[in-house]
Design a protein around this ligand. Structure first.
Ligand code: AMP
Ligand code: MG
Length: 428
């Protein structure tokens, strides 16, 4: 097996490797993120409603979890010193179901106890009921202990999960189902989260018609509107969908002005190249400022970043990101470049996509000069299969694949090589 590239670090490529004028993707991202700060304003939500949101304030525990030593088994609590040998018989002195606080354990006795119940003071071990025989008799009867217990067995210690005073969730954490549960476990009924970014979305292209409308000659259905809107929603945004804007300079400028009002970011697809019918770049330059244009990545070269002035009454500017029209290009650039911007606006600290080093079960001999993102799928042998058609218009590749291989510019891949794999699901 040969190693395709130093895969442990992001496959950054030097400007020299790409065509002059194309910004290396990592540089572009770093430049964008350097300008962007978290949005002002946060809101306090019921913990129930906070899935996917980003914590604006840390969650610190004011208690130990669990709050007291308790049993992880149904069985009998006892003192190890009282059970010198297998078969010891102990009278049962109390019954402690979950939610009940028992009495101190009388020496020489056992307490019947159930999972989650606090350990009675004095007990230092639990023997599971499968290793005991109940013996009927007066009162609660007795128990024959068919094992020799060791101190601490089947006991969940006070604070073994969370210690009083510790930060269980840091500010900037995106709330997963487990994070919500953890917050609830320390008693947090509400959480303070960043407000959702307000994003205005529009598609450019005179050839676009909406699903549900007849497909006139020369037209195609607008798929980016669906893909991008769904991605934005999964990144936690409130999306204002401004529909399709014709390939005209004035219409594009008017759409940008409308989009800037009341929004944090404008996202567009199409019209961002250098053709006569591509109006995004000059329109953004007229209505604001273009900071970056064209990245050394494939798919996705004609990507634009800048800002668009808001109406005077509102002041300031909305961030602008213009994605290429090709459906796979807009999908990939949205995942790799728009996602971190939107997460940064929400104060997320961990912006890098999850990356794994995996074996390629395919050859890729037509390496591009640009850093490439190939649509691949994890197979059941732990390797990666490549979708045969890697054209940036073939959206089937994005659906078929479950991730992207991040391949440095000019790098061919042979079956068996290790490559850098970015699972898409972890970017959603
Ligand atoms: P453009 O970036 O405008 O030059 O578009 C590049 C290619 O992507 C063209 O083949 C367009 O027809 C196609 N395209 C542009 N926008 C969309 C869209 N919203 N949905 C599907 N395909 C699109
Ligand atoms: Mg177009």
């Amino acid at each position: 097996m040969t190693i395709a590239s130093p895969v442990s670090t992001p496959a950054g490529q030097s400007a020299a490797a790409a065509r002059p004028g194309l910004t290396p993707m990592d540089d572009a991202l770093a430049q964008m993120l350097a300008r962007i700060e978290s949005l002002e304003g946060c809101e306090t939500l019921s913990t129930f409603d906070a899935l996917g949101r980003v914590l604006a304030e840390e969650v610190r525990s004011l208690l130990d979890v669990p709050p007291a030593d308790n049993t992880s088994m149904d069985g009998y609590a006892m003192r190890v010193a009282d059970v010198p040998a297998e078969g010891t018989l102990l009278p049962v002195s109390q019954r402690v179901p979950a939610g009940v606080v028992g009495e101190p354990l009388q020496p020489g006795t056992a307490a019947r106890i159930f999972t989650g119940a606090q350990l009675p003071p004095g007990a230092d071990a639990v023997v599971m009921q499968e290793q005991c025989s109940a013996v009927s008799g007066e009162g609660l009867g007795a128990v024959q202990v068919n094992t020799v217990p060791t101190v601490g067995q089947w006991i969940r210690r006070r604070g073994e999960d969370v210690q009083h005073g510790s930060v269980v969730l840091a500010a900037g954490t995106r709330l997963t189902p487990a994070a919500l549960g953890l917050a609830a476990s320390v008693g947090a009924a509400s959480l303070t989260v960043a407000r959702r970014p307000r994003v205005a979305l529009f598609s450019t292209g005179d050839e676009l018609v909406m699903p549900g409308e007849p497909l006139r000659p020369g037209a195609i259905y607008n798929s980016n509107r669906y893909t991008l809107r769904a991605l934005l929603q999964s990144f936690g945004c409130v999306v204002a969908d401004l529909g399709i804007v014709p390939d005209q300079r004035e219409a594009t400028r008017a759409a940008l002005r409308e989009a800037a009002a009341g929004h944090d970011l404008i996202l567009t697809s199409g019209g961002v190249s250098v053709g006569e019918e591509d109006h995004i770049k000059p329109a953004v330059e007229a209505e604001g400022r273009l900071t970056l244009w064209q990245m050394a990545m494939k798919p996705g070269k004609p990507l634009a970043f800048g800002e668009v002035r808001r109406p005077a009454a509102e002041g300031g500017a909305a961030w602008f990101m213009g994605l290429p029209g090709n459906p796979v290009s807009s999908y990939v650039t949205c995942l790799l470049l728009v996602r971190p911007v939107l997460l940064r606006l929400q104060g997320v600290t961990d912006l890098a996509p999850k990356a794994y080093t995996l074996r390629a079960d395919f050859d890729w001999l037509r390496a591009d000069k640009r850093r490439e993102f190939l649509r691949v799928r994890l197979n059941d042998r732990g390797g990666l299969d490549l979708f045969a058609n890697q054209s940036s218009g073939v959206l089937t590749s994005a659906h078929w694949g479950d991730g992207l291989v991040d391949n440095p510019g000019g790098q061919t891949i042979r079956a068996g090589d290790l490559v850098r794999y970015l699972p898409v699901r972890e970017m959603l």
